[in-house]
Design a protein around this ligand. Structure first.
Ligand SMILES: CC(C)(COP(=O)(O)OP(=O)(O)OC[C@H]1O[C@@H](n2cnc3c(N)ncnc32)[C@H](O)[C@@H]1OP(=O)(O)O)[C@@H](O)C(=O)NCCC(=O)NCCS
Length: 174
């Protein structure tokens, strides 16, 4: 497509749109198949990637927590469409829609991808919002037990804690 010559043509066949209630089953399916956190999948918070045939090939959400922190979460792309830039498009779209400050948790091998979008790893548990501190603590336990090379990275992008403007990104339950 003219105007954005650095992007391959097939990327433009995929569009981002807000989810509707009818998309709830496909969101669950994508998240389940991707093997990521299956909890807190309220369709109201989801952005979807839809292909030229109207098929949903990816998803991601902005998940607000009780303390006002917003998490970029549930980014998943259908296996047969991975490596085609759809994940990047979803992340870009979610950042655009979200508040200045966003948090996320990902396995350590994905940290470089998110660093490219301005996220930085937060190492100190004391600097993490409660939810992230708790989940990372649990994941650390599992990591030690499983002795894998991967660990859970907590990352933050944007303004300092406390300066986020609270907006309605959907239901507030963590
Ligand atoms: C992670 C995921 C969303 C990426 O989607 P995608 O459409 O394949 O990503 P893109 O094609 O836009 O690639 C984006 C970048 O991520 C990198 N990447 C993709 N999957 C990766 C993985 N499993 N490990 C490390 N890097 C990965 C790519 O190399 C690419 O980097 P580059 O642009 O410098 O070459 C997809 O692989 C997926 O659904 N995985 C399972 C669910 C998951 O792990 N979600 C992340 C939760 S935090």
């Amino acid at each position: 497509m003219s105007g954005e010559p650095d992007r391959p043509a097939w990327e433009f066949h995929v569009v981002l749109r807000q989810a509707t209630e009818a998309d709830q089953p496909v969101i669950r399916q994508l998240v389940h198949q991707a093997g990521i956190n299956p909890l807190g999948l309220n369709w109201r918070r989801f952005t979807l990637a839809q292909d030229e045939c109207g098929r949903i090939v990816g998803c991601g959400q902005l998940k607000p927590h009780r303390d006002g922190v917003v998490e970029l979460a549930s980014v998943a792309v259908e296996e047969s469409r991975r490596g085609q830039g759809i994940g990047r498009r979803l992340i870009e779209g979610l950042i655009e829609r979200g508040p200045d400050e966003l948090w996320l948790m990902c396995r350590s091998s994905l940290a470089p991808l998110y660093q490219g979008f301005g996220f930085a790893q937060v190492e100190s548990p004391a600097a993490m919002p409660t939810y992230f501190r708790r989940v990372r603590g649990l994941a650390g336990l599992i990591h030690n037990l499983a002795r894998t090379n991967e660990y859970l990275s907590v990352m933050r992008r944007g303004s300092s804690p406390g300066t986020t403007t609270r907006q309605d990104y959907g239901a507030t339950k963590s």
